[in-house]
Design a protein around this ligand. Structure first.
Ligand code: ATP
Ligand code: MG
Length: 247
């Protein structure tokens, strides 16, 4: 189980403290599939980066299978079994698809590397030895990011908007792939997404607003919260409503 307990993340905004995650407590049960959605800027990526250790919590705890990992750096959290697929993956000059997947999967076997590439929808043999640099398309870089996360076979996999820039033909197989990893490996799966396909595939949908989960339930139960509500209804700035902020 992955638990966040009174987790808080605040930043210094021109001398004033800005609460991005005010105080969050939640238990992600082992082997379940969670979809986290919410308006832009509601704190989804911040929460993911806090769990991975890319951001240091201002207060609170992060506990994985009973072990307090709050003070552990990214590499130790990765060794403990947490993997994070970035919303905006890094590009590496000179490092190829083959090398990146080889490191993540801990294998030099080209057949295994190609199999992983094919699973995320990269079907061209010629991609094996091209660099993961600025020349790659937006969708290609997201696919390789997904492949490296799956290759690690993590206990907890966090995918931050895995479908951004992904073509129509790849989204459905991607949902199935992530679901299969959850079912076959018992991976605790957290997908940050605005896509209905991921929300439907999840066991639990969480809606984040102002750094807090205000909904926790099934997709069917989430629907009234997702339909016919303007994004502005969800936005706040401090204790003001979105409309008040821009009046
Ligand atoms: N280091 C920082 N300094 C100041 N503000 C920050 C910092 N990091 C995040 N924020 C702000 O915190 C809020 C939450 O950002 P975050 O990236 O977590 O949103 P998100 O829910 O992932 O949004 P999106 O759907 O657009 O990806 C945003 O308003 C962002 O500008
Ligand atoms: Mg984000």
């Amino acid at each position: 189980m992955l638990e966040v307990k009174d987790l808080r993340y605040a930043v210094n905004n021109n001398g004033a403290s800005q609460e991005i995650i005010p105080a969050m407590s939640y238990r992600f049960q082992k082997g379940r599939f969670y979809a986290i959605t919410g308006p832009n800027g509601s704190g989804k990526t911040t929460l993911a980066k806090l769990i991975m250790g890319i951001y240091a919590a201002t207060a609170g705890k992060i506990i994985l299978d009973g072990v307090d990992i709050t003070a552990k750096p990214v590499n130790e959290r990765a060794q403990a079994g947490i993997a994070y697929s970035f919303q905006h993956p890094a590009r590496f000059k000179g490092i190829t698809f083959r090398e990146l997947i080889s490191i993540a999967a801990n294998t030099d076997d080209a057949t295994e590397i190609l199999r992983l590439m094919k699973r995320v929808g990269i079907c061209s043999l010629s991609h094996l030895d091209i660099p993961v640099d600025g020349k790659l398309s937006g969708g290609e870089i997201k696919k390789i990011e997904l492949a490296t996360t799956i290759a690690r076979n993590p206990k907890v996999a966090i995918y931050d908007e895995p479908d951004t820039g992904i073509d129509l033909w790849t989204i459905e197989p991607m949902v199935k792939l992530i679901k299969n990893e959850q079912v076959n490996h018992g991976t605790t799966t957290i997908v940050v997404s605005h896509n209905k396909a991921f929300l439907e595939a999840a066991d639990t949908v969480l809606i984040l607003r102002g750094g807090q989960f205000f909904f926790d339930g099934t997709f069917a139960e989430a629907l009234p919260h997702l339909n016919n509500i303007s994004v502005c209804d969800y936005r706040t700035c401090g204790d003001k409503t979105y409309d008040e902020c821009f009046r």
